[in-house]
Design a protein around this ligand. Structure first.
Ligand SMILES: Cc1cc2nc3c(=O)[nH]c(=O)nc-3n(C[C@H](O)[C@H](O)[C@H](O)COP(=O)(O)OP(=O)(O)OC[C@H]3O[C@@H](n4cnc5c(N)ncnc54)[C@H](O)[C@@H]3O)c2cc1C
Length: 288
């Protein structure tokens, strides 16, 4: 591919990988190889020449990266699954409805039909919806490299804004999402529809026993460079009656979770968003 101006991609070699092993081999042999999945984030970066790969490895033809599998204690979601496929998949809707809900909130139908789970994980943009949801569900990112395949818990996968715990010669192969028997989850974002990127998001889960919250999980998105576990809110919720007013009050504990020491921006606004979104997500998860 050739381009002489700054608005066209630079010259690079293009390889359409047949399988993951070939993709890894090509990346390993390259100086600045890049993987192409849905292209929703990468193509604009190429056109503006903010990334200058020597090789582009297209995963589109790699059959083993497609689909959703029931693995008993978990669902495996292939890296090339699009947001649209995740939102509509019957297995995901039945066993990980939080994931289907968040996927349905991504952008518009065109982006949802191109953007992939693997791309959303690898690109690790804080404004994406998937990272907070993957952490809330205790999911594991599957990554293949020259030494074989490994699993990285989502809580350790996102290491900075736009930075994920994968090497330049590695490929995300899928997301493994454990089942959560007895739990229910909900995702809230602002704005609530995908016509705009999420200014902030909150994924929450609760396990109810006798009308009380026995345990809660709350993870905030785009309120820091990586998803933020709201431990203070989780602790404040434990043992509460599953009613809206006490849950909403417990969500105020998020003040202790938000705004890490290096945070910049309007801290009151960030705390306000976090309180409202965490409260709404918990209340919806508890269906109170
Ligand atoms: C207009 C617009 C609006 C959007 N709105 C939202 C939104 O509201 N919420 C949201 O969550 N997302 C949103 N997105 C993001 C989008 O949905 C995709 O998730 C995102 O662009 C990345 O997925 P992709 O498959 O397109 O990756 P690509 O663009 O193909 O790749 C992105 C990066 O990830 C790397 N990569 C891709 N796949 C792999 C892999 N399997 N292994 C290793 N590296 C890989 C690439 O090398 C590249 O560096 C939006 C995108 C656009 C263009």
């Amino acid at each position: 591919m050739r381009g002489d101006s700054g608005v066209l991609p630079p010259e690079f070699e293009y390889v359409r990988a047949r399988d993951v092993a070939e993709a890894v081999r090509v990346l390993d042999d390259s100086a600045e190889g890049r993987v192409l999945a849905g292209g929703q984030s990468l193509l604009p970066l190429l056109r503006s020449r903010r990334v200058l790969p020597d090789v582009l490895v297209d995963l589109g033809g790699v059959a083993e990266l497609h689909g959703v599998r029931d693995e008993g204690d978990a669902l495996w979601i292939g890296a090339l699954s699009t947001h649209h496929e995740v939102a509509c998949d019957p297995l995901v809707r039945a066993h990980a409805p939080l994931l289907a809900q968040a996927a349905a909130a991504v952008a518009d139908p065109a982006v949802r039909r191109r953007g992939t789970v693997g791309g959303a994980l690898a690109h690790a943009d804080p404004v994406f919806d998937l990272p907070a949801v993957a952490v809330a569900l205790g999911a594991e990112c599957r990554v293949a490299g020259p030494e074989g395949e490994r699993g990285v818990p989502a809580a350790r996968f996102f290491v900075g804004a736009g930075a994920a715990a994968i090497g330049p010669n590695e490929v995300v192969t899928g997301l493994r999402v454990p089942r959560w028997p007895g739990w229910s989850f909900h995702y809230e974002r602002f704005p609530s529809d995908g016509r705009s990127w999420a200014v902030a998001g909150a994924a929450a889960g609760v396990r109810l026993v006798d009308g009380h919250i026995a345990a809660a999980r709350v993870v905030l998105g785009n309120l820091g460079p990586t998803p933020l576990r709201a431990s203070a809110v989780e602790a404040a919720c434990a043992g509460l009656p599953a009613r809206a007013a006490p849950v909403r009050a417990a969500a105020r504990a998020v003040d202790a979770d938000v705004v890490p020491p290096d945070a910049v921006g309007d801290q009151d606004r960030q705390r306000g968003l976090a309180r409202v979104l965490a409260g709404r997500a918990l209340i919806a998860a508890a269906e109170v």
